[in-house]
Ligand binder design. Structure first.
Ligand code: NAP
Length: 490
């Protein structure tokens, strides 16, 4: 029996640390952790949850395997993850292992950092034919994402079409164009490496719906295509003749000017280069796919249980022209001029999209969690929902480089700190760090701690060293858990 009334301390004080849950262990999640750890006069305890046993999201499952330097950013996240104030709960799915109500009951603040897990749609007939893949599927597959192992990637074909001209389209194109000897020195998933070893792909067609000035890729990525051994990049000089509005747009746009120079370099290459090259990358500007056509010799037209689905055999293309909108945006408008390009693999790299989280508001059209500067808002009232925040792509949409998430996370953290005095109270019993472990243990969830991930990390690095590669990824969850459990028994 207590003789004195319990003293209540505000969250964030040494007596009652601020309890923060971050859903998603990718770059935006760990930049949020790093910002919170740096906040002055704040005592904080942070739990990071992720569906996968491995942390770092897009650094592990998005950055291309031939871009190892970009992956070094993981060191920043490792430093944050090893801090005593931070715990990792890998292999815990929000909405399944932990509900929205359970999480918000245990934490003063919850931050959604789930990124963009799916793809935007083209919305054209034939998009769902076998052999038509989204870049999310293809990228997750070659990156060894457990959910995409065994993906049907048909590389027994000579011609591939890649839709879109952003940096993801560049990544996808490089992976298809590089020699397998090159790829074998990277951390590409073994399954993808094996399939690419038998690839017959010779021609990769990049379909850009607007002109060269509007290309969304950045100059280093565009230039890199021309540096791949045995590969010729083919650009029709006529495609680089600019309309008046594009020429004007170029005046104060340095990256677009650089892109155009690189493309002019490709257009000036002697045609013999393309004839003798092992593989060729063709750019098609002002070109949109309007339909994917089934290969008549595939399937039976009725994809039922156990029956072969129709496969894509060609892409129907339409020539576009640019039309200025009031905002100054130059839109692609079809001219009606059409032709068919044979292709038995089509990869749509037209942008990522976030998926709704159970119990959390979602703006369907924009594909983000509605928010004001990171504060999640109620779609009915537009008012912030106390204690809930968003960061990264699920907050602002799928744009920017990994580093763009740093200022984005700071903005969300600033809002979180500003809100400290007005947070709804959390039951002290539930705010105990052990409470969430008890909850998960009670449900029989086998979560992966950061120290356990570090053991897996060492195992992957050791396997890589033996093969002269940066790492050999473990691509199946069961295998990861088995490796951990075998080692802890040892
Ligand atoms: P993105 O940069 O937004 O590019 C999307 C591309 O798809 C654009 O060319 C866009 O054309 C096109 N597109 C959209 N809808 C289309 C449609 N219906 N039909 C035809 N084309 C369509 O997206 P992303 O390539 O997925 O990249 C996402 C972000 O990650 C970007 O900020 C990117 O720079 C970054 N990233 C960086 C790296 C790196 O640094 N190496 C690697 C990968 C990704 P319009 O311009 O006409 O809309």
């Amino acid at each position: 029996m207590a003789y004195f009334a319990a003293v209540t301390y505000p969250p964030g004080s040494p007596e009652r640390p601020l309890r923060v849950a971050i859903v998603g262990a990718g770059p935006s999640g760990y930049y949020t952790v790093a910002s919170l750890l740096k906040a002055e006069d704040l005592t904080v305890s942070i739990d990071v949850f992720d569906r996968q046993p491995a942390p770092f999201g897009l650094v592990r499952y998005g950055v291309a395997p031939d871009h190892q330097k970009i992956k070094l950013v993981a060191r920043v996240f490792e430093k944050a993850a090893r801090d005593d104030r931070v715990r990792f709960f890998g292999h815990v799915t929000f909405g399944e292992d932990l509900s929205h109500a359970e999480l918000t009951a245990c934490y003063d603040q919850v931050v959604y950092a789930v990124g963009g897990q799916t793809d935007r749609k083209l919305g054209i007939p034939g998009e769902d034919l076998a052999g038509s893949l989204s870049s999310t599927q293809f990228v997750y597959w070659y990156s060894g994402h457990p959910d995409f192992m065994g993906l049907d990637v048909e590389l027994d074909c000579e011609t591939v079409a890649v839709v879109g001209i952003g940096n993801v389209a560049m990544d996808v194109t490089r992976i298809l164009a590089r020699s397998v000897d090159d790829l074998a020195t990277t951390d590409i998933a073994d399954e993808a490496l094996e399939r690419l070893r038998h690839s017959r792909v010779r021609d990769i067609h990049i379909l850009a719906r607007r002109g060269p000035v509007q290309a969304a890729c950045t100059p280093p990525e565009l230039k890199e295509l021309g540096e791949i051994e045995g590969v010729a990049v083919v650009v029709d000089p006529a495609d680089l003749d600019l309309d008046e509005a594009s020429a004007r747009a170029l005046e104060d746009d340095r990256p677009a000017t650089k892109n155009l120079e690189i493309l002019q370099g490709y257009a000036g290459q002697p045609p013999e280069m393309a004839e003798t090259a092992d593989r060729r990358i063709h750019f098609h500007f002002l070109t949109s796919p309007v339909e994917l056509l089934a290969d008549e010799s595939s399937g039976d037209g009725e994809a039922g249980d156990g029956e072969a689905a129709d496969r894509v055999g060609a892409v129907r293309l339409e020539r576009n022209r640019l039309e200025p909108r009031e905002s100054g945006y130059l839109a692609a408008v079809g001219t009606g001029e059409r032709r068919d390009l044979p292709a038995t693999l089509v990869i749509r790299a037209v942008g990522y999209r976030s998926v709704p989280l159970p119990g959390v508001p979602f703006h369907e059209r924009w594909g983000v969690i509605p928010n004001q500067g990171g504060r999640v808002t109620d779609p009915e009232t537009g008012e912030p929902i106390p204690g809930e925040y968003a960061v990264g792509w699920v907050k602002r949409g799928p744009s920017g480089l990994i580093g763009s998430n740093k200022p984005d996370a700071q903005e969300t953290v600033d809002a979180m700190l500003e809100d400290l005095p007005s947070l709804p109270p959390v039951d002290d019993e539930k705010a105990r760090p052990e409470a969430v472990e008890e909850l998960l243990a009670g449900k029989g969830v086998r979560w992966v701690r950061f120290e356990e991930w570090e053991r897996l990390d060492r195992l992957e690095l050791e396997r890589g060293k033996a093969q002269g590669r940066p790492r050999v990824k473990i691509c199946h969850v069961e295998e990861m858990l088995a490796a951990l459990d075998a080692r802890s028994d040892a």
